[in-house]
Design a protein. Structure first.
Length: 135
């Protein structure tokens, strides 16, 4: 008895179910992710360097997410990762991964649970980017 057609049907069914699950999860994510405020807004970004020096950027933008603003204004640069922009350099200072340095994003001094590309902007928001040591 030939079981090849049955196995092929099972594989095709599994792939179709996987694609349906991916589409459903993608739809749920798009419906539930935080949305940025549309239109013009003013956002303040405080950069706190390794030597504790600070620099403030006041940005006027119509972007909806922090990552877009940071790259548009050339405040930060980094690599695209699975969660969007992974910030490696801010205001010309690059984090040293070998020394466990990384850029911490906070909003009104409270740590965020979202990446820069997933952080929605609203008029009057204030963010801090702090070069932090230790994971």
């Amino acid at each position: 008895m030939n079981t090849q057609p049955k196995q092929t049907k099972k594989i095709i069914l599994a792939v179709v179910l996987l694609l349906i699950a991916i589409a459903a999860l993608s739809g749920v994510y798009r419906l539930t992710r935080p949305n940025g405020e549309a239109g013009a807004k003013t956002v303040t970004i405080e950069v706190i360097h390794k030597d504790a020096s600070q620099k403030t950027f006041t940005c006027h933008t119509d972007r909806e997410y922090l990552g877009e603003l940071l790259t548009d204004e050339a405040i930060a640069d980094g690599e695209n990762g699975p969660y969007g922009l992974f910030i490696t350099t801010v205001d010309g200072e690059t984090a040293d991964e070998s020394a466990q340095e990384w850029w911490c994003i906070t909003k009104n001094l409270e740590m965020l649970n979202t990446s820069a590309d997933q952080t929605p902007l609203a008029d009057g928001d204030q963010y801090e980017l702090t070069l932090t040591t230790g994971y």
